[in-house]
Design a protein around this ligand. Structure first.
Ligand code: M6R
Length: 609
């Protein structure tokens, strides 16, 4: 997601800020900008695209001064344009923000009623205006920021300057990261440690609900409700490359661990628990269209295709609309019967996959309504669609998709509930129940991630295997096929994902003592049936590892080993069963010493047919 850097001290800071932003490039961005106070006023320079464009713009308009903030923007609200790039200003206030303001529509309406004019489409600009409004009362910047944030719901890390108080930056954090760096007579802030590691090793990560004032002489830290906080910085011993990966050995492992946060960000502001509904203005599907849908077609490739298998399950289960999934490359190779009354959902983390884009164009030409689900705003697939639903996974660096996959699963839940409510197939009470359970899912995912040591031990023998079979039924079938794809792409072990009921129609011939069988079998209506399939594998000496629900005590008699996940609403079990398989593949690959983040022959964005 976005990157923030701030500096207050004796040095000219533009280069320090740009250097910090460069070290945050791995977070992904589509525009960048700086605001620097030059002794009289705050100058702002912003540019779309790579940081080099900002550097070029700074040559034309240098920003002298030793108090400044910088930002790389990963667009979420509003296209990646110069006006939408940060810093955003209102009067003397300049602000950079990382996160999502949930109640931005309501806040914008109030501000507009007060006569505020908006220069951008962003949720961030609203916060700049709120602070400006509060600062007019003459209070110091800290008080103005605190009062303004009192109106804001959502995730934020902010760094704010006021040209009338040019000795300070006010910072605050809620759900988005911000770290403070302590130099000698200078202070820094940044979204992540690597940005400021060359300047200081003494760092203090802000905690939830903290607000602070940075001046040359240090940090004054408070809670948002005004209590003084006394915490000391720690000395960071990581290398720059370790710091980029958040201390994890690989980006993939970091991204696996980021999933609870990524799901929270994807859900944030889109769920109305009281109404049992999904609020989504970007879908481009009104109630009439939802009611009259003839069919939902999902088109995607690879891992995104596996997410759509879950989408199909939910569409049938919740929205009661005939659904089918299509591999994009196969869809374009046939003469698909698709047209008016059909909703085609094109799912792609990169938003650029050529096969998916080509399939989308075929469906669009035939008159279908197109909805894109993508992680990269304004990428080719959402641009070509009638509506777009963005996942908020943040940039994924590991080629093997993990957090993009589970946020796609989250998009499937939101879409199914959205359609189910409008089609009258989902009662308000059941919708409330699903959505309440859904918002609790990130915490359930955290408990699964804590099983990493157990999963690492189970991965060790798997690293010797030549081949592995992943089985699942019903809602767990997509997770089985995705588990197999993860294992093969990063460990180079051949793996098959199979519908468990199909095992006896062929793959059972492969099973012997050398064939590990991984069964995804949470507690749901498919449990008894998949338990029988597992017994069949065991009877042929297959070594069975089950991913099962904690209270399924009989699993000990069924599988050789088990990874226990918490009990969740059965329709949401993929969120907890996907994680052990990602970790299993990761540890197998790490034991084998393969290039986990950049597996051979694979690309993160596939723009060839
Ligand atoms: O960017 P997309 O989601 O459209 O990419 C589709 C596939 O190329 C992608 O999911 C691929 O299978 C990944 N390597 C999976 O980890």
């Amino acid at each position: 997601m976005c990157g923030i850097v701030g500096y207050v001290g004796p040095q000219a800071c533009a280069d320090i800020l740009v250097d910090g932003l460069r070290r945050l490039e791995y977070r992904g961005y589509d525009s960048a900008g700086l605001a620097v106070f030059d002794g009289k006023r705050t100058g702002v320079v912003r540019a779309v695209g790579k940081l080099q464009n900002l550097v070029t713009a700074l040559k034309e308009k240098p920003l002298p001064g030793s108090l400044g903030i910088g930002h790389t923007r990963w667009a979420t609200h509003g296209r990646p344009t110069e006006v939408n790039a940060h810093p955003h200003c209102s009067g003397e206030i300049a602000l950079v923000h990382n996160g999502i303001i949930e109640n931005h529509i309501e806040l914008k309406r109030h501000l507009a009623e007060e006569g505020v004019k908006f220069a951008s489409d962003t949720d961030t600009e609203i916060v700049a205006h709120l602070i400006h409004r509060e600062a007019k009362t003459g209070d110091d910047l800290l008080g103005a920021v605190r009062r303004a944030l009192g109106h804001v719901h959502g995730a934020y890390a902010v760094a704010v300057m006021d040209a009338r108080q040019p000795d300070r930056i006010v910072v605050a954090k809620n759900a988005s990261p911000l770290v403070i760096g302590f130099g000698e007579g200078e202070m820094f802030c940044a979204s992540d440690i690597p940005a400021i590691l060359p300047y200081t090793k003494r760092m203090l990560p802000l905690e939830e609900g903290e607000i602070g004032v940075l001046t040359e002489s240090g940090l004054e830290l408070y809670t948002l409700d005004g209590k003084r906080v006394d915490r000391q910085p720690k000395t960071i011993t990581w290398s720059a490359s370790q710091a980029e990966k958040g201390g994890f050995k690989h980006f993939m492992l970091k991204e696996i661990n980021e999933q609870p946060r990524a799901i929270e960000d994807t859900i944030r502001g889109r769920v109305d628990l009281a109404a049992g509904d999904v609020i989504e203005s970007e879908l481009g599907i009104d109630a009439e269209t939802a009611k009259s849908l003839k069919r939902v077609y999902f088109i995607a490739c690879g891992t995104s295709h596996h997410a759509t298998l879950y989408g199909r399950f939910l569409m049938e289960h919740i929205a009661k609309v005939p659904s089918q999934t299509e591999l994009a490359s196969e869809f374009i190779g046939r003469d698909p019967v698709v047209g008016e009354g059909d909703l085609v959902v094109a799912v792609s983390q990169s938003g650029e996959t050529l096969d998916t884009l080509a399939a989308l164009k075929v469906a669009k030409e035939k008159g279908a309504r197109i909805l894109a689900v993508a992680n990269v705003i304004d990428s080719a697939i959402p641009r070509a669609a009638h509506g777009a639903f963005y996942t908020h996974a943040g940039p994924e660096i590991g080629v093997a998709s993990t957090k993009c996959f589970t946020t796609q699963l989250a998009a499937m839940v939101l879409l199914a509930v959205f359609l189910g409510r409008r089609r009258g197939t989902l009662e308000k009470e059941r919708a409330q129940e699903i959505l309440q359970n859904f918002v609790e899912i990130p915490n359930q995912m955290r408990t699964v991630l804590a099983l990493d040591d157990i999963i690492r031990d189970l991965a060790r023998p798997l690293a010797q295997a030549k081949s592995a079979l992943f089985l699942g039924r019903g809602v767990s079938y997509p997770i089985a096929v995705e588990g197999a794809l993860k294992l093969k792409e990063i460990s180079y072990i051949h793996a098959e994902g199979y519908a468990a009921g199909e095992m006896k129609h062929g793959p059972i011939a492969l099973i012997d003592a050398d064939m590990p069988v991984i069964a995804v079998m949470p507690d749901d209506k498919a449990y008894e049936k998949i338990a029988s399939n597992v017994q069949e594998a065991k009877a042929r000496e297959g070594h069975v590892l089950a991913v099962a629900t904690r209270h399924n005590a009989d699993i000990g008699g069924i599988a050789h080993n088990a990874i226990y996940v918490p009990k969740v609403d059965p329709v949401l079990s993929p969120f907890v069963t996907a994680l052990p398989l990602q970790l299993l593949s990761y540890f197998v690959a790490d034991f084998k010493g393969t290039d986990v983040d950049q597996p051979r022959n694979l690309a993160k964005t596939v723009t060839v047919e």
